[in-house]
Design a protein around this ligand. Structure first.
Ligand code: NAD
Length: 261
């Protein structure tokens, strides 16, 4: 499929799933705004690589997804540069693994801000333009943890359940304007976010890191395989296709059967 002349913004796309989705959109010919933190030289190398993949232009914006004003400016800058934002992918996310009694208060606020509220701010800013042009796609990267819980992840599970509700509400509000709103709910993908929580989970549960992978991360994933970023990019592109025009308000698990059980 082609996304030529479409513009996508992908939050948190200097790494992991977001980078994979940005790559998929760039290869399909879209203009893409990548976003996120990291080493400036590495980000520029990725931006240049993505820019070479398709007909569109790929730019970087380092807006902080915990800052509502910065998020609004991020959307406005993309609209000014490309004449509109057609696809919003809310993907930026962080994690903390800690029992609720000792969960750091500042991490709760930050996780809710980045993993949930940032989606409200991007959509609030981008939806008027989508409605005006009569076409838009909101894709929220939730998680299997948007549908079911796991211990020690209160803020993350709360934010991901919240984003599923947000997804559905936007779907209803925009249904007659050519705009769909869906959530993708991945199971475990081996990205830096997951790699980082392996030692913490091992400590919280008193087990080895190998046991965390086998007995915790893949325990509920019936395929016994990690989901890949390429598979998620394929799903996101499908949601942008004409075939998906009537798919809206969905929280789509891509989780190896985790939430089926
Ligand atoms: P990752 O750590 O590899 O990437 C996270 C991205 O978010 C990075 O680009 C980072 O710079 C960016 N980011 C963090 N804080 C930011 C901020 N304040 N402003 C802007 N960007 C910020 O993580 P990932 O595994 O690729 O996760 C991406 C999304 O997918 C998250 O929302 C995560 O919850 C979700 N998810 C991941 C998995 C998994 O197994 N990896 C499973 C389900 C859902």
């Amino acid at each position: 499929m082609t996304l030529k002349d479409k513009t996508a913004i992908v939050t948190g796309s200097t790494s992991g799933i977001g980078l994979g989705l940005a790559e998929g959109f760039a290869a399909a010919g879209a203009n893409v705004v990548i976003n996120g933190f990291g080493d400036p030289a590495e980000i520029e190398a990725e931006r240049a690589r993505l820019d070479g993949l398709g007909d569109g232009t790929v730019v970087y914006d380092g807006a902080d997804m915990s800052d509502p004003d910065a998020i609004e400016a991020f959307v406005k800058a993309a609209e000014a540069k490309f004449g509109g934002v057609d696809i919003v992918v809310n993907n930026a996310g962080i994690q903390t693994v800690e029992p609720v009694e000792s969960f750091p208060k500042d991490r709760w606020d930050l996780i809710v801000a980045i993993n949930m509220s940032s989606a409200f701010h991007t959509v609030r800013a981008a939806l008027p333009g989508m409605k005006e042009r009569g076409w838009g796609r909101v894709i929220n990267i939730a998680s299997a943890h948007g549908l079911v819980a796991s211990p020690y992840k209160t803020a993350y599970v709360t934010a991901k359940h919240g984003i599923v509700g947000f997804t559905k509400t936007v779907a209803l509000e925009a249904a007659q304007d050519g705009v769909t709103s869906n959530a993708i709910c991945p199971g475990y993908v081996l990205t830096p976010l997951v790699e980082k929580q392996i030692p913490d989970t091992a400590r919280s549960r008193g087990i080895t890191e190998e046991e965390v992978k086998r007995d915790v991360l893949l325990a509920a994933q019936w395929t016994k395989k990690f989901v890949t970023v390429e598979q998620l990019a394929g799903v996101a592109l499908f949601l942008c296709s004409d075939a998906a025009e009537n798919i809206t308000g969905v929280a789509l698990p891509v989780d190896g059967g985790w939430t089926a059980a």
